[in-house]
Design a protein around this ligand. Structure first.
Ligand code: NAD
Ligand code: TYD
Length: 366
């Protein structure tokens, strides 16, 4: 019997991981711990919420006492840690929130695991989910033609060089996780993944925001010239990688996860416009006029591209979906689940978020 604590399970990637584990491992007990910030949404887990092997706990990962109680009560022997503040633009506006959740929250979980597991670490695992953004930005030295758009890639050996408050906070958390391995022997694994897309992503991120705006005829704010490059992975492929690495990855190791799937932002925007318009029966190019170039994001990383050769060679993982197929699936999902989107963008959700955060932000302002 495994009792697995998944943090951030009500968010985008976390909900896919929870769903996969609850369905695939009926013999495990899956405890989803989430503070339900603006990004956490229990509607993401409707199809598994009544499963006997699933428990939801509403808690803040920074609340060390509660985290210790959760370890004790559910006899936790594995952690998959996804809870985080995850949006770069928000991190530019409110960096303290990012340091609190991503750094102190991770530290709180590490301390609780060390405390509760004591000297008995053999069958335990603390799996920390991180991002490729900790590596900084790559050059765009082959901007013409087809991807790859540069000759360099992020490898597990690439030096950390974060630029945004978000990536700096994730880098810091990664360092704490490794320090707990080296100092206390905590059985940790870290993975750094590229940009994810798919169902249930909060519509502040490029793909769901733009799908929604194309549907509703709102402007599409492309930062700068739209030439920044991201390496996109379908979220269920990430969840499959997490499952594999949690079970078969080597303790103390880092694995990069990515799809060798680089796209310039402006090219993605064009694919989204074509796909949404086609599925809505609009004439081709009907939404092209929505593209609006806006002031660039401060410190905007030029290019991300992951080399996931290690994961392929050591554990045999490869992405299963081609990008075109993944985008088609994703757009269809958002079109078929308008209620989900409307609940978030209607204001109720935002108001809830404001209320939740009234107390939390006072932590910094006092
Ligand atoms: P998300 O913003 O959609 O979800 C984050 C979840 O964490 C939400 O459910 C939120 O309620 C919860 N949370 C936030 N603060 C919390 C706190 N203090 N205590 C408990 N729960 C809290 O994020 P996501 O896109 O699903 O990302 C999940 C993880 O994967 C993050 O660690 C992120 O850094 C990492 N990651 C994301 C991507 C991506 O493209 N989205 C890529 C690589 C890595
Ligand atoms: P995002 O989805 O925020 O992910 P990240 O910043 O973590 O890569 O953004 C993806 C890319 O799209 C990034 O280069 C910024 C750009 N972008 C826009 O051009 N306009 C937008 O409104 C958003 C949200 C992002």
């Amino acid at each position: 019997m495994k009792n697995i604590l998944i943090t951030g399970g009500a968010g985008f990637i976390g909900s896919h991981v929870v769903r996969l584990f609850v369905k695939k491992y009926p013999e495990y007990s899956i405890i989803n711990l989430d503070a339900l910030t603006y990004a956490g949404n229990l509607a993401n887990l409707k199809d598994v919420e009544s499963q006997p092997n699933y428990t939801f706990v509403k808690a803040d990962i920074c609340d060390f006492e509660t985290i210790c109680q959760v370890f004790e009560k559910y006899d936790i022997n594995g952690v998959i840690h996804l809870a985080a503040e995850s949006h770069v633009d928000r991190s530019i506006k409110e960096p303290f929130t990012f340091a609190r959740t991503n750094v102190l929250g991770t530290l709180s979980l590490l301390q609780a695991a060390k405390h509760y597991w004591g000297g008995k670490m053999e069958d335990k695992r603390f799996y920390h989910i991180s991002t490729d953004e900790v590596y900084g930005a790559l050059a765009l030295d082959k901007p013409e033609g087809a991807a790859p758009y540069g000759s360099d890639f992020f490898r597990e050996s690439t030096k950390y060089a974060p630029h945004s408050p978000y990536s700096a906070s994730k880098a810091s958390s990664d360092h704490f996780v490794r320090a707990f391995h080296d100092t206390y022997g905590l059985p940790v694994i870290v993975t750094n993944c590229s940009n994810n897309y798919g169902p249930y992503q909060f519509p502040e991120k490029l793909i769901p925001l733009f799908i929604n705006n194309i549907c509703t005829g709102k402007p599409l704010p492309v930062y700068g010239k739209g030439e920044n490059v991201r390496d996109w992975l379908y979220v269920e492929d990430h969840a499959r990688a997490i499952d594999l690495i949690f079970h078969q990855g080597k303790v103390g190791e880092t694995y990069n996860i990515g799809g060798f799937n680089e796209w310039k932002n402006i090219d993605i925007v064009k694919v989204l416009i074509r796909t949404v318009d086609r599925l809505l029966g609009r004439p081709e190019g009907a939404s092209d006029h929505l593209i609006t170039y806006v002031t660039d994001r401060a410190g905007h990383d030029l290019r991300y591209a992951i080399d996931s050769t290690k994961l392929k060679q050591e554990l045999g993982w490869e992405p299963s979906l081609q990008f075109e197929e993944g985008i088609e699936k994703t757009v269809r999902w958002y079109l078929d689940n308008r209620d989900w989107m409307e609940n978030i963008t209607s204001g109720d959700y935002e108001r809830y978020y404001e209320d939740m955060y009234k107390n939390k932000t006072s932590f910094y302002t006092t």
